[in-house]
Design a protein around this ligand. Sequence first.
Ligand SMILES: *Cc1c(COP(=O)(O)O)cnc(C)c1O
Ligand SMILES: [Zn+2]
Length: 446
Amino acid sequence: MSEESASDFRAEYACSEGCDFRASLMDVVYRCPRCGGLLEVAHDVKALRTVSAAEWKRRFETRFGSARLPDGSGVWGKREWAYPQLPAEDIVSLGEGRVPLKPLPRMAAELGLAALDLKECGVSPTGSFKDWGMTVLVSAVKHMRARGVPLRAVACASTGDTSAALSAYCAAAGIPAVVFLPRDKVSLAQLVQPIANGARVLSLDTDFDGCMKLVQAVTADTGLYLANSMNSLRIEGQKMVAVELCQDLGWEPPDWVVIPGGNLGNASALGKGFELMLSLGLITRRPRIAVAQAQKANPLVRSFRGGFQELVPLQAEPTLASAIQIGNPVSFKRAVKVLKAFDGVVEDASESELANAAARADREGTFTCPHTGVALAALEKLVAQGVIARGSRVAVVSTAHGLKFADFKVGYHRGSLAEVTSQFANPPVELPATLDAVKGALADLG
Ligand SMILES: *Cc1c(COP(=O)(O)O)cnc(C)c1O
Ligand SMILES: [Zn+2]
C-alpha cells in the first residue's frame, strides 16, 4: 500500500476565538492580531479523512515499533497530525513520548475503580511531558532559521520543566536558548538542567507570572522566539498524550482522564487530541476530563465553582506542586472550552492531600512528582464525592518524573514538610553496624 508523504497534508495557524485570521506556521506570531485571542494549529481535516481510521492506526502502530527516530518518537511517529509539512531534516527529536501506561491495581481496588492507569509522561528525555511539545516548537524554529527567518534565540519563562525541555532541544539543534526562572522556586534538578545544556539562565526575584510578563515583553521585538505555551505549536506535540493513551488501551478511551493543570496548556492539548481522534473516527466515545489544581494556586477551581465565570487572576501561593504555582493561566479559555466539550470537572488538593496521594501511588512501584500527586488526590476526592463513579476506568496523566523532586520525597518520608501529615512515611532505620541489630530490625519480616 502506498503511503502518501506527510507533506500531502497541511496545517496553519487559525484564531482560536473564532475570527477568520489565518497565518503560516513559519510566521512569528503568538496571538491573533485582530482580536488578541490565542492561536491554534488548524489541520486540513478533510485531507486527513482521506486516510481511513484503520489505516491511521496501522501506520501509527508500525512506527511505534521502530527503535529509530523520528519514527519511534511518540510525537513524530504521528507527524501528519502534528506539523505535516515540516521537512524530515528539520525534526529535532530526543525520543520523546512512547511512554509506559502503568497500572495501579491495588489503588484501583481500594477506590473501587475498574482500572486506574498512570500515563507516565515524565519518563522522557528531560523528565517531564514538556518534551512532547517542545520537540515540535524547536523543530519549527530550526525550520524557520533554515529558511532565513531571523531568530537569534528561543526564550521561555518557566516553573522548571519548560526551561529544561527548551534547553535540551535547543542544545540538540544548536540553537541558543534563554530561560527566565523564578529564583528559589524551582527544584535543584530543574535549575541544573538548563545550566548543563548550555542555556543562558536568568534567575529572577519574582514568581512565574512575573517571569512570564518579562519574557513576553522581551520577545516582542528582539528576534527572540517565545516558547511558552501560548505558543500553540507545543499543543501539537502535547496532544499526542491523548492519542498514545488511546493507542495503549486498544483505541478504547478510558471513562475519565485526570490531569494536573497550571497554565492549562496541557489540559487544552488533551482535549485537542481527543477531538482529532473523534473527527477521524479512531475513537467514537468521549472520555470525561478532570483538571486538578493545588489549593494554593486554584484560579480554575474558583471559576468552575461559579459555573465557569470569568477568570480572576490570583497571587499563587507557594506549593509543593511548584510547576503549577500559577495564578493567571494563559490557556484558561482554551481549557474551559475543553472542559465543556468533555463534560469536565475541576477539583483541588491541599498540600497534605497531594503529598499523601503521591506517596500512596509510589507504594505500587511508581515515583510520582507532586503535580501527579495533585491529580491523584483530586481523583480520590472525586471518587469519594461520587462524581467519578465506582467501576470507572480512569487514566491519570503523570506529568513529571519524581526524581526531579527528590527534596519533596525526602521531606515527606522524614515528616518535615510544612502542612503535611505523612501517612505513608517510610524513613530509613538507623542502626549500629552489628549483625544483632540488623537481625532485630528485620525480625518482623517473617
Ligand atoms: C508544566 C507542568 C504542569 C502543568 O501544565 P500546564 O500546561 O501548565 O497546565 C504540570 N505538571 C508538571 C510536572 C509540569 O511541568
Ligand atoms: Zn482572532
